[in-house]
Design a protein around this ligand. Structure first.
Ligand code: GDP
Length: 356
């Protein structure tokens, strides 16, 4: 499954946020056969379409798509020099498909800031510098090896060229994700600053509605996406029944919890989309990559579905919802038969036909 690694300086609210993520009992309640790992938090991707589908098909339950977050503790200033950026940390962060960086924006004199003052800008610079230094170390080790391998004609010249180009970018103090360099030839290195980034600003409740302040913070990380939340409020929300949580959010001028936002932005940053299936048992969202074709989408349900794929009966959610039933959608000519070259669209409601 795709996971997003959570990083940030000490005392910025990572554990508080992560507690909220793991208290989310999604896995235990809806996916009884999934293994739950202690350092993984799972959030459901809110999707109102599933409720409508459940209504149309009389489904017993709703299974939204999920996004997983993994807690990657341990980044501090000087970390890349061995002060805390241990092997385990590096291994965990390399495995993450994207990185969510938590940045402290909240003011609380009782919570010490590692650098003495609350400054999102300098915190961002500290973490980015550590990631850049870690990547430079990786490249300094890899480049001599690539030079040898190229002499022995064991690799393509593009590998060494890309490694050198990446080093130049990092030496300018830039994250690789901010450049247009194609890193495919050196993918095996798992360079950290090349991953997609999301920035999570942990701010005071009363700042959540301050548009000018939010715009100022968002500008620090643009074009990457920013999510604004109050980690402490999130950890309280998670303990409340749905209606009370919605009331509390509304009283803060929010229509969505920070965790929901995080799930949506994470999903989008990973380049994912969902298609839907529905029947009397369940209405369910399935996660695929943007651009996936019908057989690949079928394979997410079961590998046999991909192997034996014949065709897919597809109606867009909007057409089905407007028609009110599958029968009426068919009568209106809105249900299509698609073959193996069909590129899936977000919100396709699908029934696969396959050989077993
Ligand atoms: P971590 O070191 O990044 O994991 O940070 P923690 O989650 O342990 O938080 C450090 C301290 O800040 C704890 O005492 C938290 O209770 C407090 N804290 C976390 N989030 C907030 C917040 O949004 N507002 C305030 N006032 N305190 C917070």
């Amino acid at each position: 499954a795709l996971t997003i690694g959570i990083v940030g300086l000490p005392n910025v609210g990572k554990s508080t946020l992560f507690n909220a993520l793991t208290k989310n009992t999604v896995l235990a309640a809806n996916y009884p056969f999934a293994t739950i790992e202690p350092n993984i938090g799972v959030v459901e991707l809110p999707d109102e379409r599933l409720e409508r589908l459940a209504e149309i098909f009389g489904s017993e339950r709703i299974l939204p798509a999920t996004v997983s977050f993994v807690d990657i503790a341990g980044i501090v200033k000087g970390a890349s020099e061995g002060e805390g950026l241990g092997n385990q940390f590096l291994a965990n962060i390399r495995e993450a498909d994207a990185i969510a960086q938590v940045v402290r924006g909240f003011n609380d004199p009782d919570v010490v800031h590692v650098d003495g003052e609350v400054s999102p800008k300098s915190d961002l610079e500290t973490i980015n510098t550590e990631l850049i230094l870690a990547d430079l170390q990786t490249l300094e080790k890899a480049i001599p090896r690539y030079e040898k391998e190229l002499k022995g004609k064991r690799i393509d010249a593009s590998v060494l060229d890309t490694a050198n180009a990446a080093r130049d970018i990092l030496n300018e103090g830039k994250l690789l994700s901010s450049s247009a360099l194609d890193l495919e030839p050196i993918r095996e290195l798992g360079l950290l600053s090349a991953k997609p980034f999301i920035y999570v600003f942990n701010i005071d409740e009363d700042v959540l509605g301050d548009e000018a302040k939010l715009a100022e913070l968002a500008a620090l990380v643009a074009p990457a996406k920013a999510v604004f939340l109050d980690a402490q409020t999130e950890s309280e929300l998670i303990d409340l029944p749905k209606e009370e949580a919605a009331e509390l959010l509304a009283s803060l001028g929010q229509d969505e919890s920070g965790l929901d936002q995080l799930a949506r932005v994470g999903f989008d940053t990973l380049g994912l989309q969902t298609y839907l299936t529905a029947g009397p048992k369940e209405a369910r969202a399935w996660t695929i990559n943007k651009g996936d074709k019908a057989p690949q989408a079928a394979g997410v349900i079961h590998t046999d579905f991909e192997r034996g794929f014949i065709k897919a009966e597809i109606v867009s959610f909007e057409d089905l919802s407007a028609a009110g039933s599958m029968q009426d959608a068919k009568a209106a000519g809105k249900v299509r038969m698609e073959g193996k070259d069909y590129v899936m669209q977000d919100g396709d409601v699908v029934e696969f036909r396959f050989n077993v």
